[in-house]
Each structure stands twice: as C-alpha cells, then as structure tokens.
Design a protein around this ligand. Structure first.
Ligand SMILES: [Cu+2]
Length: 418
C-alpha cells in the first residue's frame, strides 16, 4: 500500500517522531478539532503492505510518545497509477475468464452490473418475480486477486420498481458497501472496495428491514472469488491449479400457493411480498434450486469435464445452509468457509456451506459418466430441486470399480443353507 492515514492527538510530537522513522510523512492536517490532527504517511516502496504500514506507524509514532488514544481512521492509497481492467461478467454456472496466478501488481477491476427485476419460472407452474443481479439467479461470479480493487457500477434500470444495493461479504465497512450503493430505479452508483481477504464470498442485496430477506429470497445474491495473487495452494502448501471452474448458486424460494396447491401469480414484486414473507416465516422453502430453477443444470445445460481434469466448484447460499456432495466423487480439497488463507481439508465426502457464504471445493475426476452434484439433504435435492448433472468423459478405470457379476436370479434354496 502507498499511504496510511492516522489520527493523532499531538501534532508536534507526531512530526518529531515521524522524521526519525521509516515511513515518510506526507501531510498533516487539522481534523477540525483543536485536539486532533490527521497525518498521512507514505510508504517508501510499493511492496509495503497494510500490516507493514501499521507496524511502521506504531514504530514511528510510539504509543507512549504521543499516540495515547490515537486511532486508525482511514486508509488512503494513491491508486491513480494502478492499471484498470474491465471484467466481463457471465451468467452462472460459468465464470469469467481469469488468471489463477495474478499477472503484475494490484489492479482496479471495473465491473458493471444491473439490478434486473423479471418474472422467472422456478419450476413448471411456479413463477417468481426474480430480483436479480444481471438477470440471473444467482448473480454472476466476480473473480479478482487479493489486493485488487473492485470498482462496481451498479445500475438500477428505469423499469425497476424497487431500490437495490449490494452488500459484499468480501468488502470492509459501510455494511459491505450496502451503505454506499443504494440505487433507486433510474439511478446508477459507482463504489470501489479493496479485496483484502482471499476466498470466495457471497454478495447480496440488502436494502434494509424486511426488504433484506425479501430481496435475497427473490434471488438477489451472487459471489466473488478473491484468489491469492500466487494462486491456490493444496493441503501441502503446493501450488494448485484447476482446469475449469463452475459457480453454483443455491437459492431457496418461498412461493405462496392457492388452496388447490397451485402457485400464485402476482403483477409485480411488491404485490407478492407480504404473502411470500408469510411463507418464509415458516422457514420451509417450496423450492431449493441451483441457478434459479429446478433442473436448470441438467440435459444440454449439464456441466462437463474429462477424466483427469481438476474442477473447482464454487457454491454459495446467501440465506441457508447447504451440504454439497458429488455422488461417486469427493472434494479432494475443500476450503472451509471459503477462505483461501487457510489450508484446505482433503478427501471430503460432503462439505458445508454456512448460511450467507460461499465455499470452494476441487475434485479431479477419475471415472467417466453422469454425475449428480447435490445438496445432501436428499429431500431438498430430490423433492425441492437442489441437484445438477455433470457429464464426464474418459476411460473407465476397472481398478477403481467394476461390476463383478451382473444382476441375476439366485437359487433361494441354496441361499437358505448359509
Ligand atoms: Cu434488491
């Protein structure tokens, strides 16, 4: 980082001590109070990280000398020289084109996203006014590297009926950005945050009060992947690269029903809000689906891979827990809580997505065939929709599994002898 703002209570001793120190004093300003000054300290080289800067400030300022009660008030960085790149978002389960290991230093990653309200089919005969980011449920996955800046332009089209915003669990402060991004229909806003935590994280709309669960259970969430600059590491600390990545956003819906069991239709999102929240209060979803609709990732839309390919699955659930499981496979690596700072667990049969989070798991496919990836609450998977298909091509390995004898009748009398 370049610079660091620190609030101090003694202008003169700040100046004296900073001149002796290892960080450079950039400026010192009156904070509007006669008892406080704001000092801006510049790092001497660009590799200075935030932790180094805090240490330097402590070393330079010295708690006993002047800084009793001093507090860090803001981090300011001259980012005008950073390169800017635009990230083109794609609808899940696909992920944007990205480098696993960052090329060069931190960047400003510009992303444009629209809050789109549209009637969507969750299952045959079951429609919801989807409150979406970029028209998909979930919203698109962003991919950046630790230390990059995400500069989001959030656009709420004129045709919208509601105000929307974004709370990024990857961001720091201001309700994850929700406090800075509330846009009314016909407005757009630009908000920038620094991705300081490596991992996968949910983002979701959070316009306040009952609007928060209403928007989230109407589809308004997505995820961001913040890769370490040098890429992922396996459980032994060795570099790990994946051959492809998919983003699965799991969504619970609470659709109001008529007396005959059919699903109600509404003329607008607001028209169905009270009924939907009433169903939601019972905490029993009518649908739990991947990517917005039951069966949305099956048939021609099934995921695909080849034997020998390592696939990274990012799985998010903004509102409830989930239990991803790959039938006939495993998570070779599972990053608990989605944190890439921590060593991944290995050889997991089922992994866990806490409510309001994204996690990542990776698997190298060893057998061909049609796989089912589901939430291993089998009621949710089979009856409510939380399942997808994956076609894997390659050669079957008899050593890993074989059918020793095909199903055939057996002699009941001889079986009785045993
Ligand atoms: Cu919203």
């Amino acid at each position: 980082m370049d610079s660091f703002i620190w609030k101090v209570y003694s202008r003169r001793s700040a100046l004296c001590s900073l001149e002796k120190g290892q960080a450079l004093l950039h400026s010192i300003d009156d904070c509007g109070s006669r008892l406080e000054w704001r000092i801006i300290i510049r790092a001497q080289n660009s590799s200075f990280m935030e932790g180094d800067m805090i240490k330097a400030v402590h070393a330079v300022v010295g708690l006993g000398l002047l800084c009793f009660g001093a507090s860090q008030v803001a981090v300011a960085q001259d980012i005008s020289k950073l390169p800017r790149v635009k990230q083109t978002l794609v609808a899940p389960p696909n992920v944007p084109v990205h480098d696993q290991v960052a090329k060069g230093g931190p960047k400003i990653v510009e992303v444009r996203m629209e809050t789109t309200e549209k009637l969507m089919e969750v299952a045959p005969g079951a429609k919801v006014w989807g409150l979406t980011f970029d028209g998909s449920i979930p919203g698109p996955l962003f991919v950046v590297h630790e230390g990059d800046y995400v500069e989001l332009t959030l656009v709420n089209p004129k045709e919208s009926s509601l105000a929307h915003n974004v709370d990024f669990h990857a961001a720091t402060g201001a309700l994850g950005g929700a406090g800075l991004t509330l846009v009314q229909p016909g407005e757009e806003v630009v908000m920038r945050f620094k991705a300081i935590k490596p991992g996968v994280f949910v983002y979701h709309c959070a316009p306040g009060g009952t609007m928060i669960p209403f928007h989230v259970i109407s589809g308004m969430s997505g995820a961001i992947m913040v890769l370490p600059r040098d890429g992922l590491k396996d459980a032994d600390g060795k570099s790990y690269t994946y051959d492809k990545a998919y983003y699965i956003g799991e969504q619970d819906f609470y659709l109001p029903q008529n007396a005959d069991g059919s699903y109600k239709d509404y003329s607008s999102p607001a028209a169905g809000m009270a009924d939907m929240l009433e169903v939601a209060k019972g905490l029993i979803p009518t649908h739990v689906v991947f990517n917005g609709a039951a069966g949305s990732i099956t048939g021609d839309n099934a995921l695909s891979a080849n034997v020998g390919e390592k696939v990274l699955f990012v799985h998010s659930q903004a509102n409830r827990a989930s239990y991803p499981h790959l039938i006939g496979g495993h998570a070779d690596l599972y990053w608990v809580g989605g944190s890439f700072s921590d060593t991944p667990l290995t050889s997991q049969e089922t992994w866990f997505v806490p409510a309001g989070s994204a996690v990542a798991a990776a698997y190298e496919f060893k057998q061909p065939g049609l796989y089912v990836y589901l939430s291993h609450n089998l009621i949710e998977a089979v009856l409510l929709g939380a399942a997808l298909h994956m076609n894997v091509e390659g050669d079957w390995d008899d050593n890993l599994m074989t059918q020793v004898s095909a199903p055939a009748g057996f002699d009941a009398s001889s079986a009785m002898d045993h």
